[in-house]
Design a protein. Structure first.
Length: 130
């Protein structure tokens, strides 16, 4: 069996990974819901799956112009603000479900909390005065 360090599975599958990332960047509150490593992994797993399913449903339900080589079917769907909003709602729903899951209740945030940042800034300011 391969060493775990040799095993690599990409967590971003274009274009779904970039769509989820874009929605996260547009909605910073989503990131605050999933701050721990376990929550991020669960969020990405389910957000990618549900985004892919929703994209498939949107493709099935909406006629698109014939392909002319200028954009993908995903890009054509995302031109419609209602479709983009539907994807944002789905991604937010995943984040909220992960945040509410009690098995992640004891997870520590990925980075320092606000108090740790404040202490570090005070320390850095004091050290830089010398």
């Amino acid at each position: 069996m391969a060493d775990l360090d040799d095993l690599w599975i990409p967590l971003v599958d274009e274009p779904i990974g970039s769509i989820v990332q874009q929605i996260q960047e547009e909605n910073p509150d989503i990131g605050r819901l999933i701050e721990s490593p376990h929550r991020i992994l669960a969020f990405r797993t389910f957000a990618y799956i549900r985004t892919g399913l929703l994209l498939g449903q949107l493709l099935f339900d909406h006629d698109l112009p014939d392909y002319d080589g200028s954009e993908s079917w995903v890009d054509a769907l995302l031109k419609n603000p209602e479709h983009h909003e539907a994807l944002a709602r789905e991604v937010r729903a995943v984040a909220e479900e992960i945040a509410a899951d009690p098995k992640y209740a004891d997870d520590e945030p990925l980075g320092p909390d606000d108090e740790a940042r404040r202490r570090f800034l005070a320390f850095a300011r004091e050290r830089l005065k010398q």
